[in-house]
Design a protein around this ligand. Structure first.
Ligand code: GDP
Ligand code: GDP
Length: 453
């Protein structure tokens, strides 16, 4: 159901989205004044020194994009909140609980010049049963002489205390190394990009897939040799378009037509699925001269499931007259309402009309598919949207959106941390506004909601 799609209670923020680049989350916890904010600034190298609070959205949590020796991660600072009537120990323990559910690594910051307080001990008790790795930072060790003070923190039962001076930078590099060691490996962007972009040409039988491929491969040189450093499956084909090489997936399957009556549809859908798996972007061919059919929509569903970027090519445009065009517009409104973001091109594979428009459409869609919005930008936008249109009450309670982060690209995947359920209508509203603000034309966008219980 719609609801279960959205309620990703066991979502692993650090988990790699299919083919995507997940960014792991590091939560910084500890009682007030131990130096959490100072440490976050140190981790960010003060590059993102705009350590502004984001009122309304993240009363108690602020998160930032960080990068250490080429590894990206998100740092979540729990420093902004004020201890209230609930009591300090309980508040800090609650922060630790939240960190355990949402982060890939937790850094507990303790003021080593003070030693372990009752509050530190209470948090440590919570964190000792954490499955998420916990790193103990013994802060305010400003000199070598002070290092002995860190050793007393072994008593917290969280392993080795790592001496650091957030204020002066002493030991910060070592601490970051330890943090990265426990973080899940994330693929680097450079290794996943760089080769030819992979395109799946999909659509029901007879829409013109092989005609289009012939036109594309014939209009310009079809690259026969392997491009250096790439391994191309022999069933794929490298095609040069506008001076750039593209890898069309399973072209052998497109050319070798199996038109047996029984089971044809089933095998066609298997082949479509596997082509989509291997691809980054899909061109969905639809016969513009005929009504959009159930079969077209089944292929569309496979594309949506795959999370690939999408260009819709309305083929056989040479057969489309004014009358058909008006009817097609209505069909598009009705049948393709699920993918208002898809890029559309009207082409004729026979005459070659507008086929060159496919290239900018593919490039734009891939650009959206790869795009990352910084956590700062995202939360600034979220703050404004929520201030203007707060989530509707549920059971008399106002759900609060604490913060958002883009957990993955390819496709862009966002996680909203909330204190209550967000209704489907409101989530769709957020997606619309997100697209208005940041684009993502041609790419699906996933929004997961994590409800803090
Ligand atoms: P938070 O409440 O945990 O976020 O703590 P802050 O980062 O706001 O720091 C609290 C106080 O401790 C500030 O006055 C900081 O300047 C100071 N502080 C933070 N790190 C260090 C450190 O490494 N050495 C010393 N001497 N002071 C620090
Ligand atoms: P596939 O099964 O999707 O690979 O479709 P084909 O490329 O084999 O095309 C099926 C039929 O549609 C062939 O007879 C093509 O000549 C015809 N066809 C393909 N593209 C166009 C087009 O743009 N205009 C017209 N009029 N016919 C086309």
């Amino acid at each position: 159901s719609d609801e279960s799609d959205w309620e990703v209670g066991d979502l692993e923020l650090g988990g790699e989205a299919e083919g995507g680049l997940a960014v792991p989350v590091v939560a910084i916890v500890g009682r007030p004044n131990v130096g959490k904010s100072t440490l976050v600034n140190r981790i960010l190298g003060r590059r993102e020194a705009v350590v502004e609070d984001i009122p309304g959205v993240t009363r108690d949590r602020v998160s930032y994009d960080a990068n250490w020796i080429g590894r990206r991660f998100t740092v979540v600072d729990t420093g902004g909140w004020e201890p209230d009537a609930k009591g300090l120990q309980q508040a800090v323990a609650a922060q630790a609980e939240l960190a355990m559910r949402t982060a890939d690594a937790i850094v507990l910051v303790v003021d080593a010049t003070v030693g372990a307080t009752a509050t530190d001990e209470a948090v440590a008790r919570v964190l000792r049963r954490s499955k998420t790795p916990v790193i103990l930072a013994a802060n305010k060790i400003d000199s070598e002489r002070a290092e002995a003070e860190a050793a007393t923190l072994w008593s917290l039962g969280l392993g080795e205390p790592h001496p650091v001076s957030a204020a002066h930078g002493r030991g910060a590099g070592d601490l970051l190394d330890v943090i990265l060691e426990v973080l899940p490996e994330t693929p680097r962007e450079a290794t996943t990009l760089g080769g030819p972009r992979r395109v799946a040409l999909v659509g029901k039988p007879n829409v013109g897939k092989s005609s289009l491929l012939n036109k594309l491969a014939g209009s310009e040189r079809s690259v026969v040799d392997n491009v250096a450093g790439t391994t191309v499956d022999p069933v794929d084909e490298l095609v040069e378009l506008d001076g750039k090489t593209w890898q069309f997936i399973d072209t052998a399957g497109l050319r070798r037509k199996v038109r047996t009556a029984s089971g044809h549809e089933y095998y066609a859908s298997l082949r479509t699925r596997s082509a989509l798996d291997a691809a980054e972007v899909a061109i969905l061919l639809i016969d513009a001269s005929e009504p959009i059919t159930e079969q077209d929509l089944r292929v569309l569903s496979l594309i949506i499931e795959s999370g690939r970027a999408l260009v819709i090519a309305f083929n056989k445009w040479d057969l489309v007259d004014e009358d058909r065009r008006l009817r097609l517009d209505k069909e598009i409104d009705r049948e393709l309402a699920r993918v208002p973001w898809a890029r559309r091109v009207n082409i004729s594979a026979s005459t070659g009309r507008s086929v060159q428009k496919l290239v900018p459409a593919l490039e734009g869609a891939l650009e959206s598919w790869d795009r990352r919005v910084s956590t700062g930008q995202l939360n600034n936008w979220l703050k404004d949207v929520i201030a203007a249109t707060p989530p509707p009450l549920r059971g008399g309670r106002q759900p609060r959106v604490m913060f958002a982060t883009q957990a993955a690209t390819r496709p862009p995947t966002f996680v909203l941390f909330t204190t209550g359920f967000l209704e489907a209508g409101y989530r769709r509203f957020l997606e619309r506004r997100l697209r208005e603000q940041f684009g993502f034309d041609g790419s699906p966008v996933r929004i997961n909601v994590r409800v803090r219980d």
